[in-house]
Design a protein around this ligand. Structure first.
Ligand SMILES: [Zn+2]
Length: 109
């Protein structure tokens, strides 16, 4: 039966692909080169914007999705993670101002 043989070959190939994918994910972590992503995914920003389009920094409404960004509640430069727990919606301008303040050392957390 050639049918069975080609099926077995196909599943062996799939296992190899899965294995390679695992290594692609795991290798940077193992070698210590994995760094925290700097930016939130756009899907998360869309979710936050759909829930409430209020800027969490100035408490005013963000009128355009394009003017919104996801701010790190604990600043990225202070070791804040790019995780949903550490993300809040903010105006691009407010976020830039906060980051400038953090850089200048005047940000109080
Ligand atoms: Zn704002």
């Amino acid at each position: 039966m050639t049918g069975n043989r080609s099926k077995a070959t196909a599943s062996a190939t799939q296992t190899k692909i899965r294995c390679r994918r695992f290594h692609a994910l795991a290798d940077p972590i193992i070698s210590g080169t994995q760094i925290e992503p700097r930016f939130f995914e756009i899907e998360f920003r869309r979710e936050l914007f759909d829930q409430s389009s209020v800027c969490q920094l100035c408490k005013n409404e963000i009128h355009s999705f394009d003017d919104s960004t996801v701010d790190h509640i604990i600043p990225y430069s202070r070791g804040g993670k790019t995780t949903r727990k550490n993300g809040q919606l903010a105006h691009r301008g407010c976020n830039a101002r906060k980051n400038a303040n953090v850089a200048a050392g005047v940000f109080n957390d």
